[in-house]
Design a binder for this molecule. Structure first.
Ligand SMILES: Nc1ncnc2c1ncn2[C@@H]1O[C@H](COP(=O)(O)OP(=O)(O)OP(=O)(O)O)[C@@H](O)[C@H]1O
Ligand SMILES: [Mg+2]
Length: 277
């Protein structure tokens, strides 16, 4: 397995004692986790447990009302110590993010090709227009958007929800980031499209050795992508384990409750069906 080989090397992302408060209100309390090269960590937990706050803290995108403390190291950088300019360079180029709602994250009045091109130009002003266009088309091919050359000039509303999420993923991976943060990337999609997007993310992380922080309230979804899973409740990580182990033998009562509410994962095919009548 890819990530066990890398366990000996320094983790790409190394978080310890991360606490976040909004004013006087604590939201995240001294959590710790690591992500190695090529590894996907699933972060699960109920609404309000602090998942998004954690991911936004990594990118330093929380509002000024938030107090963030702890050790946040990414590829040797101390994320909390970087200047505004340095963190902006890192965002999008080394750490990219995709969100739940593709429509709100896209500009409705700009063709999708131009939006992906903007993501490239923001970090690579040295590229010619032709080179930018080539990268845009390549990214659109990679996320399996149909007929990229023709659809480059189409607007977001001319695509389906699943295709819009593919466009956002193209924008996220076009600069070859090392870490992708995906915050509920499939929650707004129906089950079939959700499965296709998860398959795409799995393919991308293999081909690019991409590390991923995959956030969801849905343990069944997380089980399809994560190598390891961290379970959050009320701002704490209550359990963290390799995915297989967590699903086979959850230790914390809250993890057990989460598993119990995900019926698709509990179906035990090794046991005979309950006798009817
Ligand atoms: N900008 C903010 N200002 C004040 N409080 C906030 C802010 N953002 C988040 N919070 C609070 O921090 C806590 C954690 O919120 P967060 O958005 O991280 O939860 P979450 O686990 O992502 O939930 P969900 O599954 O609903 O997305 C919540 O109590 C929330 O109300
Ligand atoms: Mg959230």
């Amino acid at each position: 397995m890819q990530y066990s080989q890398n366990m000996a090397s320094a983790p790409l992302l190394d978080i310890s004692a991360l606490s976040i408060a909004f004013g006087e209100q604590p939201a995240v309390d001294r959590i710790a986790f690591q992500i190695h090269d090529g590894e996907t960590l699933g972060l699960v937990g109920e609404s309000g447990s602090g998942k998004s706050a954690t991911s936004l803290a990594l990118l330093r995108l929380l509002p000024p009302s938030a107090t963030v403390t702890g050790n946040l190291s990414f590829g040797g950088y101390d994320l909390l110590a970087l200047s505004e300019r340095e963190i902006r360079r890192l965002r999008g180029r080394e750490i990219a993010m995709i969100f739940q709602e593709p429509m709100t994250a896209l500009n409705p009045v700009m063709p999708v090709g131009a939006q992906i091109a903007e993501a490239v130009e923001a970090h690579h002003p040295e590229l010619s227009r032709r080179q930018v266009r080539d990268r845009v088309l390549q990214a659109m091919h990679e996320v399996a958007l149909p007929d990229p050359e023709r659809r480059l000039r189409d607007y977001p509303h001319q695509f389906s929800g699943g295709q819009r999420q593919r466009i956002l993923i193209a924008m996220a991976v076009v600069n070859r980031p090392r870490l992708l943060i995906a915050d509920e990337p499939t929650t707004a999609l129906d089950v079939t499209v959700q499965a296709q997007i998860l398959a795409l993310l799995n393919r991308l992380r293999k081909t690019h050795n991409l590390s991923m922080l995959f956030i969801s309230h849905d343990l069944a979804v997380v089980s399809q992508v994560a190598d390891r899973v961290a379970v959050m409740q009320h701002g704490h990580i209550v359990e963290q384990a390799p995915a297989g182990q967590l699903f086979r033998s959850p230790e914390h009562p809250y993890t057990r409750r989460l598993l119990a509410s995900a019926p698709t994962m509990r179906t035990d095919r090794s046991r005979p069906l309950a006798t009817l009548g």
